[in-house]
Design a binder for this molecule. Structure first.
Ligand SMILES: Nc1ncnc2c1ncn2[C@@H]1O[C@H](COP(=O)(O)OP(=O)(O)O)[C@@H](O)[C@H]1O
Ligand SMILES: [Mg+2]
Length: 384
């Protein structure tokens, strides 16, 4: 795992110095049918007050289990859970100051929008005038003013999802846990709701923990993202950090398109190594996060497709340079995709923006040079 940098907390609020959520060495194993499943194998994370934090990873990697332990629906097999500085590991769900919204948000079908949102407040005996005020305010935030009397069946999927959100937020939880809440919506609506959710979260300032297997969703909305794989966090950082600096092969492959290259170390300098890659290929790669390499080692690295240039001439010194043959050119309007097989046999994708050139820089079968700035080379390996 790479460094976990907390987002800056608002300075004028001393309470914000205490993290909203902390998990320390949290593990969860299930015993079913005589087998033990290690769903979460040791998760550490700190979520700041007011942060939009996402748990991103493929199905079965332990996201829901992690959320259920934060909410108190599941007891960790090991480790501690703290909410707002208080150890709640042994505190039941109904006494934790968090609310959870699920993919199947199950509104009460026979109740109006207003009554659905008011439900929790009524049950707690909140005075009528205050219920009217709070529900009204919440419906305004989720943009459903004027729809108070409708039944859920008379609303679109996106509107129903916003009612579910209002119903959770009206209780003023200090944190809201959302487990794939947009999973049931179609793509267009999902994208509109992503923007909407972010706007709502900014408006109310509540800590959001968002579970998704959709990388675009996580990158769009989050202040920080924890990328999970097989019960552990492989990387935790801002969307930019995890996209630009993938720390592991898994993260590089799971987020966006990434090229994987391998080379043998021919020389080292403090903080960087030079690798050979096929005849004439030279790749410089920074050794970040305390990584080290010695001459003769094989090192694997990634480079994002938009960082690579294609040319017919050998690139200048100081750039990474690899020879290859163009195997495919696909014109996509705003950009052109090139598939290239390097002289060492690696398949590389390059995206070139069609900003100025009216013609393709190379055609299928061309022998070309690929080049990029060494700062875009990322050595990857097992999580550290
Ligand atoms: N109640 C349970 N009993 C047994 N195994 C479970 C249970 N809940 C989850 N698992 C297993 O734990 C792993 C992680 O599940 P989950 O947290 O639901 O993953 P995700 O939400 O990332 O898809 C999976 O292998 C799943 O089958
Ligand atoms: Mg899940």
């Amino acid at each position: 795992m790479t460094e976990t940098r907390p987002v800056a907390a608002p300075r004028d609020d001393p309470a914000s110095a205490v993290p909203a959520i902390e998990l320390e060495g949290v593990q969860k194993s299930y015993h079913a049918y005589g087998e033990t499943v290690a769903a979460v194998r040791g998760v550490d994370l700190t979520i700041a007050e007011g942060e939009f934090f996402s748990l991103l990873g493929p199905s079965g990697c332990g996201k829901t289990t992690t959320m259920r332990m934060i909410a108190g629906f599941e007891e960790p097999s090991a480790g501690r859970v703290r909410l707002h500085g208080q150890d709640v590991t042994d505190v039941p769900a109904n006494r934790r100051d968090v609310n959870m919204v699920f993919q199947s948000y199950a509104l009460f079908p026979h109740m109006s929008v207003f009554e659905n949102v008011a439900f929790g407040l009524r049950r707690r005996g909140v005075p009528k005038a205050e219920i009217t005020r709070r529900v009204g305010g919440m419906l305004e935030i989720v943009d459903l003013t004027g729809r108070e009397k409708r039944r859920p069946a008379e609303l679109s999927g996106g509107q129903q999802q916003r009612v579910a959100l209002a119903r959770a937020l009206v209780n003023e939880p200090r944190a809201l846990l959302l487990d794939e809440p947009l999973g049931a919506l179609d793509l267009k609506l999902r994208q509109a709701m992503q923007v909407e959710l972010k706007r709502i979260q900014r408006g109310v300032g509540v800590t959001f923990v968002y579970v998704t297997h959709d990388q675009g969703e996580a990158l769009t909305m989050s202040d920080r993202v924890a990328v999970m794989n097989d019960g552990v966090i492989e990387q935790l950082g801002t969307p930019r950090e995890i996209y630009e600096h993938p720390a592991t092969r898994f993260v590089a492959g799971f987020i966006g398109t990434s090229n994987l290259l391998e080379g043998e170390v021919t020389g080292t300098e403090p903080g960087s190594a030079v690798l050979s890659h096929g005849p004439d290929g030279r790749i410089e790669v920074p050794m970040r996060h305390g990584r080290e390499a010695a001459e003769g080692d094989r090192v694997e690295l990634t480079v994002r497709p938009e960082k690579i240039c294609i040319g017919l001439d050998k690139p200048g010194d100081g750039l990474c340079a690899v020879r290859g043959t163009v195997t495919e050119v696909v014109y996509l309007g705003t950009s052109t995709n090139y598939n290239i097989t390097t002289s060492a046999g690696a398949d590389v994708v390059v995206f070139l923006q069609n900003a100025t050139s009216a013609e393709d820089v190379a055609v299928r079968g061309d022998s070309v040079w690929l080049s990029w700035d060494p700062c875009h080379s990322y050595a990857i390996g097992a999580p550290q």
